[in-house]
Design a protein. Structure first.
Length: 84
């Protein structure tokens, strides 16, 4: 089993070159905050993620991939809404 410290590190590295902070909430769930290091703007903030299913590198990779896809889709939707 992956330790919570190692899990946090893997998630945070998964968002490079953006700055990611993964913290453990008092209830044991995770909060992931992704910030653009150049502008300082928060690109994504997700709370309430259960660490229980994140026991394999594949599961962690899938989570990071899904969150990156959501972040990209959100940027595109925002851009399209404000440009057109």
């Amino acid at each position: 089993m992956i330790s919570i410290l190692e899990l946090r590190h893997i998630i945070e590295c998964g968002f490079l070159p953006l700055s990611c902070t993964c913290t453990v909430n008092p209830d044991g769930s995770l909060m992931i905050k992704v910030v653009d290091p150049e502008s300082g703007s928060v690109e994504m903030l997700v709370t309430g993620i259960s660490p229980r299913p994140l026991i394999t590198s594949r599961a962690i990779s899938n989570l990071v991939g899904e969150l990156r896809n959501e972040m990209t889709a959100s940027k595109i939707a925002f851009r399209d809404h404000h440009v057109g």
